[in-house]
Ligand binder design. Structure first.
Ligand code: GDP
Ligand code: MN
Length: 378
């Protein structure tokens, strides 16, 4: 997932002719002051943190300034922030427009319909997830036809726009479609699209480029992904590793078994915090490496659930035992194993000599991990 920062998204918007506030990107309080002083950015202005997380408005990462000095101080305050774990390094400084209503428009892929959909809501400026579904209009768009005139009219009507406002919405919707197609986006969102006088202006920009099409867009290649530092290391080592917000670590092999494992934990009230897919690996070195990476995510308990198909249970067990030895004593955590399949008896024996029991039943093992994470012993 290549998620563009607002200013990069706005560059794309500009290229496709979407109306934007006048503004610039700054990286220091002095630059902010100078931009306001020189008239490059008209006053009063808005100063916004360029982070990938949403909810900046509510979180104090969007501020207003009426003078160059205020712009400098607001920039200083925001640059000093850590917003949802992300350090703020860049700011957008742009003119503060007198806005009427705030609207929501987006184009994204509906995976169940397997079609692009145009979503619009007259209640913009807040996260779309918090908007009553009856206030959101969703129109599937035929991928070969694109946005038809009647679909644009229906969107304008649902948004309560008519006359010149409806007219100004048209090029915005057409641009959304063009961006969606030509830039291989999986989401193009404007929230809010603001009513300013007799036209609509994009105050925010969210553009996500489809990963699988990234090779077609070298222009985005230096865009930072929204991976965590550990996920970044895993990527370099070619380990499939995802961090979630729970406290149980999961090591499994194959997407199906990994998903089933997460489901079982959920069923017993456990919350997966990180999961790691060994794939077809049974190289003990690789298993150990993956395991140590998992340890760095500080799980309360770890569930190793491996099926030996091509993978051999004994080599996985060897890697695991080797890795356990390398985990510093103060970072140790309870481990529940379930290894089944190819060379199972040997694998189970290797684990047993290291003091690890392998539970053959998925539910038993799942319950044991959840209990261990709660502080009981496995
Ligand atoms: P988000 O909260 O991270 O999505 O950040 P947004 O870019 O959507 O900004 C949050 C809110 O700040 C918007 O919903 C607006 O209410 C307000 N805002 C942003 N730009 C302007 C502007 O130019 N003029 C005015 N009056 N308000 C703005
Ligand atoms: Mn927004």
């Amino acid at each position: 997932m290549v998620k563009l920062a607002e200013w990069r998204g706005k560059e794309v918007f500009h290229k496709y002719g979407i109306a934007l506030p006048r503004g610039t990107v700054v990286r220091s309080p002095e630059e902010a002051e100078a931009a306001a002083q020189s008239g490059k950015v008209p006053l009063p202005c808005v100063i916004k943190a360029q982070v990938l997380a949403g909810g900046r408005g509510k979180g104090g990462a969007v501020r207003f300034a009426a003078t160059p000095t205020e712009a400098r101080e607001a920039a200083r305050a925001i640059l000093g922030m850590e917003f949802k774990g992300e350090k703020v390094r860049e700011l957008i400084l742009e003119e503060k427009l007198a806005i009427g209503r705030e609207l929501y428009v987006s184009l994204t892929l509906d995976r169940s319909l397997r079609l692009p959909i145009l979503m619009v809501s007259p209640h913009g400026g807040v996260e779309i997830e918090s908007v009553d579904p009856s206030s959101i209009d969703r129109q599937p768009i035929h991928p070969f036809v694109g946005l038809a005139a009647y679909e644009r009219r229906r969107a304008a009507e649902f948004l309560g726009l008519s006359g010149p406002l409806a007219k100004s919405l048209e090029p915005v919707l057409n641009a959304l479609w063009e961006i969606f197609q030509k830039e291989d986006a999986e989401l193009v969102e404007i929230n809010p699209l603001a009513v300013v006088g007799d036209r609509v202006v994009a105050l925010d920009a969210k553009v996500i480029i489809e990963d699988d099409a990234a090779f077609r867009h070298p222009e985005y290649s230096e865009v930072r992904d929204d991976r965590t530092p550990l996920e970044e290391i895993a990527r370099e080592k070619e380990i499939a590793f995802v961090q979630l917000d729970g406290n149980i670590g999961v090591i499994a092999n194959g997407a199906g078994l990994t998903m089933a494992t997460l489901d079982v934990l959920q069923e017993y009230g456990g919350r997966p915090g990180v999961f790691l897919d060994l794939g077809g690996t049974d190289d003990p070195k690789k298993v150990a490496e993956a395991f140590l990476l998992m340890a760095r995510a500080a799980p309360k308990a770890v569930f190793l659930n491996v099926f030996g198909g091509v993978t051999r249970c004994d080599t996985v067990a060897n890697g695991l035992v080797e890795a356990m030895r390398q985990v510093p004593p103060n970072e140790k955590f309870p481990l529940v194993a379930r290894i089944r399949g190819n060379n199972e008896a040997e694998g189970v024996a290797i684990l047993r000599t290291a003091g690890i029991t392998s539970l053959p039943d998925l539910r038993d093992a799942g319950r044991a991990v959840v209990e261990a994470a709660r502080g009981g012993r496995p």
